[in-house]
Design a protein around this ligand. Structure first.
Ligand SMILES: [Cu+2]
Length: 415
């Protein structure tokens, strides 16, 4: 440095930044690590990145090393040195042709392998299960076409994408509003979800487990809270899950749950679907809850606020389907755990909420109640802020604590 000594800050800041970057690269628990690919598609991309990175690394070392070497070796020693020009290479035929052709060849090779990989990854494998992925502000919906008839109507769920291990899953990625990007780094590259378009992406998880990701395209206020969780289970477990997902719900029998059912029908159904739900109005008549078979019509919510908001937000019934809500491990764009994130609870897997014990020990009741109390402050807004009329997300319904308890009692029957 010329002149005065540098301030201590000027030394510490770059050093601290360097340490932070270095330390971040050493995280041992990094579920979103592109460089730790799990599925064959992610491995194929990795097989492309690594040699390209190697070539780029060699070029980097040669060019920078060369520049530093030249700088040191030919450093001017005294004033005379400045007046002496080195040999000029301008117009040197062999050199100029060389440094034009070599990079062109390197880039052409990288290009060929890249294009081959892109086309290869875009192929839809014949054995695949097709799942439609719809990005919404700010969560992902998953609809499955299990019988391959082209309509995605067998299973409708959100947040957790449940897949069988060892099987290709052909995703068809769409958006309901703005551009999002579906990215589970250990399984595949990013794929944009663009309104009006359908983009294919194939994933395969060789081993059971959870593969974490997140929306990778800025999509509004809660973009950072729009997470992805792929839950890979054994094919047998998947079949059992898929069957359970297609079963209609049963009428609740517990007293508090019946009250919650009524509130749900009146306030929540203009946005949320519970497939196979019966009319809770029939409970009041002679037919008891167990025998109420009157189908409930959507969207016929009695709550004017809910209806108005549903219309304003143009959200219709395309919102999180709550039919088998309790089979998920997360809610609200996977921002919150629905099942507590302890080893014991995670070990219960997809069936965690099917037993009273599992429910009692593993339901994240605090966050679920907080969500019903004031959803906007849990996600898009700061506490106390109100939602703009045209904003997205779940509104605050000013429910009483009793109503919240009753709603939770109802929600936990949606297994
Ligand atoms: Cu998004």
């Amino acid at each position: 440095m010329i002149g005065k000594a540098r301030s201590p800050l000027a030394r510490i800041v770059p050093l601290a930044l360097g340490i932070v970057v270095f330390a971040a690269g050493c995280a041992s628990n990094a579920p979103q690590d592109t460089l730790d690919p799990a599925g064959p598609q992610a491995k194929q991309i990795d097989n492309l990145i690594m040699p390209v990175f190697g070539v780029a690394g060699i070029v980097f070392v040669l060019i920078l090393g060369g520049a530093v070497w030249v700088g040191l070796k030919f450093k001017a020693k005294d004033d005379d040195d400045f007046n002496e020009f080195p040999d000029q290479v301008h117009g040197h035929f062999a050199l100029e042709i060389g440094w034009t052709i070599v990079p062109a060849v390197i880039l052409a090779l990288v290009g060929i392998f890249t294009v081959i990989t892109i086309f290869d990854l875009a192929k839809k494998p014949a054995d695949a299960i097709t799942v439609e992925v719809t990005g919404q502000q700010w969560w992902w919906q998953y609809r499955y076409d299990l019988n391959n008839d082209g309509s995605f109507d067998e299973i409708v769920t959100a947040n957790d994408l449940v897949i069988p291990t060892g099987r290709n899953i052909a995703l068809r990625i769409r958006s309901n509003d703005v551009i999002h990007s579906w990215w589970a780094p250990r399984l595949a590259g990013k794929m944009d979800a663009v309104p009006g378009r359908t983009h294919p992406l194939t994933i395969k998880a060789p081993e059971a487990g959870e593969y974490i990701g997140q929306c990778a395209e800025f999509c509004g206020l809660s973009h950072a809270e729009m997470r992805i969780k792929v839950v890979a289970v054994s094919p047998e477990e998947f079949d059992a899950w898929a069957e359970a997902q297609q079963a209609p719900v049963e009428n609740p029998t517990d007293e508090a749950a019946i009250e919650g059912w009524k509130i749900f029908a009146g306030t929540c159904t203009s946005c949320h679907t519970v497939r196979g739900m019966n009319d809770p109005g029939a409970v009041e008549g002679d037919a008891g809850p167990e025998t109420s078979t009157t189908p409930f019509e959507y969207p016929e919510a009695k709550n004017q606020l809910a209806n108005k908001l549903a219309r304003q937000l143009d959200q219709g019934t395309g919102l999180p389907d709550l039919t088998h809500f309790m089979s998920r491990s997360t809610f609200a764009g996977a921002k919150f755990d629905l099942r507590k994130n302890t080893d014991a609870c995670n070990a219960l897997g997809l069936n965690w909420a099917t037993t009273d014990d599992g429910l009692a020990k593993c339901l994240n009741r605090a966050d679920l109640e907080a969500w019903l109390r004031d959803a906007p402050s849990m996600k898009a807004m700061h506490p106390g802020e109100t939602m703009a009329p045209d904003s997205r997300g779940m509104p605050n319904f000013d429910l009483t604590e009793e109503q919240i308890d009753q709603l939770v009692a109802y929600l936990i029957t949606l297994k």
